[in-house]
Design a protein. Structure first.
Ligand SMILES: [Zn+2]
Length: 160
C-alpha cells in the first residue's frame, strides 16, 4: 500500500505569508493616508476643545460616525454631537461627571441632539435601526436634552 505523506500548509508558513497575514490583521495600525469622517460628519465633531482623539482610538470614533451617518440618513436632519459628547480624556470625563468606564473614554460614544426631534424620537429611531441590523448594537441612554449612543457591541438601555 502506498503511503502518502502530506505536509500541512500551516507548518510551512513562509515569511511572505506572515507579512500578508499581518497586513490583513493590520486594522490596529492606522494607515497614514486613511481618511476619517463620513458624508455629513467630520472626525473633529468627536473632539472637544483640546481633547484630541489619540491615533489608536481613531477607528472607534470612525465607527461611531458611520453609525450616526445611518441615523442621519434615516432622520434626514443634521445631528449635533453636544460639547464634550464625543471622545473624552480622563480629565474631560471627570468634568462631565462621566462614569469611570465611560465609552466616551474609548471614543466609542456620542451624546447627540437633533433639532426638531425629542430625545424620545431619536432614541426610538436608534432602537429601530439597531433592531433592523442597520446600526450597531450598543448603549442607548435617554436624557432630558440628548441621547447617548455608543458602539460597545451589546444592547444596553438606560434613562439618565
Ligand atoms: Zn454619553
Amino acid at each position: 500500500m502506498a503511503v502518502r505523506t502530506r505536509t500541512s500548509k500551516s507548518q510551512n508558513t513562509s515569511i511572505s505569508d506572515l507579512v500578508q497575514l499581518e497586513q490583513l490583521q493590520g486594522d490596529s495600525v492606522p494607515l497614514e493616508n486613511k481618511t476619517y469622517g463620513t458624508e455629513n460628519f467630520s472626525i473633529k465633531e468627536m473632539e472637544y476643545a483640546n481633547c484630541v482623539i489619540p491615533s489608536e482610538l481613531m477607528d472607534n470614533a470612525q465607527e461611531v460616525l458611520e453609525n450616526l451617518q445611518v441615523l442621519r440618513n434615516e432622520l434626514k436632519r443634521p445631528i449635533k454631537i453636544i460639547p464634550g459628547g464625543g471622545y473624552r480624556d480622563a480629565q474631560l470625563n471627570a468634568q462631565c461627571k462621566g462614569s469611570k468606564n465611560s465609552q466616551h473614554l474609548q471614543a466609542k460614544a456620542s451624546d447627540i441632539r437633533v433639532d426638531g426631534l425629542s430625545p424620545l424620537q431619536v432614541q426610538q429611531t436608534i432602537l429601530r435601526l439597531i433592531d433592523q441590523g442597520k446600526m450597531k448594537k450598543g448603549g442607548v441612554g435617554i436624557y432630558e436634552t440628548f441621547v447617548h449612543y455608543d458602539v460597545r457591541g451589546t444592547l444596553t438601555q438606560w434613562k439618565g
